[in-house]
Design a protein around this ligand. Sequence first.
Ligand code: MSP
Length: 644
Amino acid sequence: MQNKFYITTPIYYVNDVPHIGHAYTTIAADILARYNRLKGKKVFFLTGTDEHGQKVDKAAGERGKSPKEHADLLVENFRELWVKLNISNDAFIRTTDKEHKDIVQAVLQELWDRGEIEKRSYSGWYCTPDERFWTEKDLVDGNCPECKRPVEQIQEENYFFLMSKYQDRLIKHIEDNPTYIMPETRKNEVLGFLKNNELGDLCISRPKSRLSWGVDLPFDKDFVTYVWFDALLNYYSGPAYLSDTDKPWWPADHHLVGKDILTTHAVYWSTMLMARGWELPENIFAHGWWTIEGQKMSKSLGNVIDPAKVAEEYGVDAFRYFIFREVPFGLDGDFSEEAMARRINTDLANDIGNLLSRTLTMIQKYRDGKVPSPVAAKDRDDLEKKIKAWFDETALPASYDDFLAKLQFNHTLTRLWKVMAEMNEFIASSVPWKETDEETLSNILYVLAESLRILGIYLYPFMPDTANKLWNQLGIDMDIADINIEEAGKWGGLEPGTEVKKGDPLFPRIDLKKKFKKEKKLEEKTEQKKETEKSEDNLISINDFAKVQLKIGKVLEVEPVAKSNKLLRIQVDTGEKRQIVAGIAKAYTPEELTGKKVVVVTNLKPAKLMGVESNGMLLAATDSEGVLSILTPEKDVEQGALIR
Ligand code: MSP
């Protein structure tokens, strides 16, 4: 089918309540689904729950319920959360659906008949909580290499999917299709694994004596299907029976998954599809994990973030915005309510909220609440031209599309905010409240209102309610969901004469002091900011500058600092060998840095970062989109050279 877009989230285990990790993937899929609908594509967005297997069986047992009763109760938490978070999924699959189970059995039968599955006697180390067999050499100190819990030796007959024979084909597929696994670093991990290890066969059965909660093997009723084999097939079975059109949705355009379940998707699922003779998906994207205020999220630490609560307190759209603005989708990120509240005040209340409210106030005050007619000839201000140019097909629309095709949600948002910053500059420089030429004033107001209308469309996939509120206040009585972005995104769509309806602020400001009761800290921060502002005006003397000793260094060795996803421990030769700890792990891999010539501040007082001593600092620049670049000399200057 042409012009279709099929996107999936993992199906979540119904062994617990949903958390920020579940919300993260599901909102990402929602953003892409909404955007593709605006582009006029036929979209199928599938999410759901994984209801078989040991984890669910165990959780049900602990609650004194049968697994199905338990699943029926817990599935509602997911369904309700998706409604609260404004998720526009087209279908919700449960692996206990009869139709799904029938498809799983049909696939198993077919593979069995074709000799892709074999019965073998097997003895291995089994990790019960993870439901996985490990070989002797996989074990770490005799324990499960993944969860570090004890394993038990089990000998039994089982059924194996002959996955190993697809190893070379899989390597080739990944190499031939550079965007099959994204981001690049994850693709390289998978390739590295496949090239350096012999792929085994996959045990896809569990004897009922050990676990009875699953889909029966159609050719041996003493066994149930391994939960992953059953779960992965949801991506194929879902559209087959849950879509109200008979469109062939397969193959999926994106499977969004967390980094921890990339292997099951990239290796198990890909080879299952090869064996069955179905096409492979276009892309599997593995996103990073959230820590909570620097710590791993866990029940025992009591820091599990309930997305429903956060959304209730701060608003659904603020939450949707924050988690995609704060961190690139492929990297790990840290969630803190305070960081979110700050962003709400700056990016949402200030930038977009104020921009709309100022524009509407001026239209009310100077044009009786009606959008004025633009006067093309008055298009003379450079900044005004620059703003209009953003909305040319090749500018904002093209980069937005390109960023989203690469799932670079944070870049997409940064770009939108750049346009807003220029609009604010435009207001400041054109000083509409002092403008005496009526045509010029009309033009300024039109440019602002029309830019906001189009920005509303681009904000919509991320913040659907806010975007619609924005349109409503501009006097447009339409749901953005119903428009086509190519047509409605063109400059000039806002009808002059439209009566604006200024309403409540899009985002009320949060009183940070009251909320976080950290007056002292906050005051300190403001003071610090004032200080920097002051020194920006005040020039420093050459003597002040001379206090900083800068030298060229050569990077000798680099390794990540344990338990930190930001810090690298770098050995640098600056005439003498020194160790520097720098927060650049998200921008550079150790391999990229090794051998580079860098600029080092050599007379900084030593400091300890995460317990590791750092002697000096590397200089780096960050651009407006947060891309970090270390400084290197233009010619090959020898290490130890002084910079003056
Ligand atoms: N049932 C399997 C998936 C089967 S898909 C065919 C499963 N379920 S899960 O309920 O454990 O969901 C896990 C999802 O949540 C994964 O994508 C995982 O990466 C994600 N996260 C769990 N904790 C997370 C964070 N702290 N941060 C971000 N995502 C995290 O695995």
